[in-house]
Design a protein around this ligand. Structure first.
Ligand code: MTE
Length: 322
């Protein structure tokens, strides 16, 4: 089923310079959908897609929006080879080189805290793989580079609601796997961060329509280096909020620990909304380098998603709550 209504945040796939691989996939998907039309089952489409092209996911909903010629999809190669995933090392090329050690199947997520339903769940019980949709979002890293990525996944709100969080749960906290055997960056005394990698959102942020749990990109399952099998995507915030390879979700009353905020609170705030008006103490946040482009482009307030998220911060001093 395709959604006809176009939300204003959606960068359509028409407005981007399509990748060959991506176009081929979509062509394939249309073929697959037509073939299975007779059978009439979305699950069958999914199965067929998986069988014919290994590790291909079927985004069942894709929204269109007005053409914006300034936005180009970042090539698949860049999205999957220029990464930050410190569990595999601190260089941009480390995740692509070492993340083959991660085994994302089977995967379990522990859900705890202030909710009616808690426990340890198989990924398939947390994510409804028959309701996948595609979201083309900008990703702005706090370091000053950005990408445009076609994610596949489900709205975070749809997942959180399943567990019936209590009204007292004001935040949701996330944790990444921290397994020395699979993650060479987690080993040793010189290990760069206090593991596990942790992040959090205020509950109203988590329930915002933009907050997304991705299980794929470019129509394929998430490569390990991008946070397989499931990672957060919060496109109005700096990339480090988009925590990868999630193994724990906790509903909590107070602001949870967030890794970078804990490490260097004067440089990385809990909110970390993309904001060209608030510089990082060591560099300006006014511009960014879009991977694959020459020169710099202006960084947009809330990474261009002001219309969807500005109301979450009404009355807040964003220089104080950076
Ligand atoms: N999640 C974990 N667990 N570990 C990390 O090092 N890096 C963050 C974020 N999520 C990171 C993480 C940062 S700084 C960014 S910019 C994005 O992942 C990068 O996502 P990408 O590699 O898919 O582009």
């Amino acid at each position: 089923m395709f959604i006809r209504k176009k939300p204003s945040w959606q960068i359509s796939e028409n407005e981007v310079t399509p990748e060959g691989v991506y176009l081929n996939r979509r062509k394939f998907m249309m073929g697959a959908a037509a073939t299975v039309g007779a059978v009439g089952s979305a699950a069958a489409v999914h199965q067929l897609a998986n069988a014919a092209t290994e590790r291909t996911l079927m985004p069942l909903k894709h929204s269109k929006s007005a053409f914006d010629p300034s936005e180009t999809l970042t090539p698949y190669e860049a999205v999957t080879q220029y990464n930050n995933f410190y569990e595999f090392g601190t260089d941009k090329s480390d995740p692509a080189e070492h993340a083959w050690r991660l085994n994302p199947k089977p995967w379990e997520i522990k859900v705890e805290g202030m909710a009616e339903i808690t426990g340890t769940f198989a990924l398939e019980d947390v994510i409804d793989f028959s309701a996948l949709e595609e979201r083309i979002y900008r990703l702005r890293c706090v370091e000053g580079w950005s990408m445009v990525i076609p994610w596949v996944g489900v709205p975070l709100a749809s997942v959180l609601k399943k567990f019936s969080p209590s009204a007292d749960a004001r935040y949701v906290a996330f944790e990444t796997l921290a397994d020395r055997k699979q993650m060479p960056g987690v080993r040793g005394f010189l290990s760069s961060l206090d593991w596990p990698y942790r992040e959090g959102l205020r509950m109203d942020e988590a329930m915002n329509e933009l907050a997304f749990l991705a299980v794929g990109l470019y129509g394929k399952e998430l490569p390990n280096q991008n946070g397989a099998p499931v990672r957060l995507v919060v496109p109005w915030k700096y990339g480090f909020k988009s925590i990868k390879s999630i193994v724990k979700i906790a509903f909590v009353k107070s602001e949870p620990t967030a890794t970078w905020n804990q490490m260097q609170p004067n440089e990385y705030g809990f909110y970390s909304n993309v904001n060209p008006e608030v510089d990082h103490p060591r560099w300006s946040q006014r511009t960014e380098r879009r991977i694959g482009e020459f020169g710099k482009r202006k960084t947009l307030m809330f990474n261009g998603y002001e219309e969807q998220v500005a109301q979450l911060y009404a009355g807040m001093d964003l220089k104080k709550y950076y």
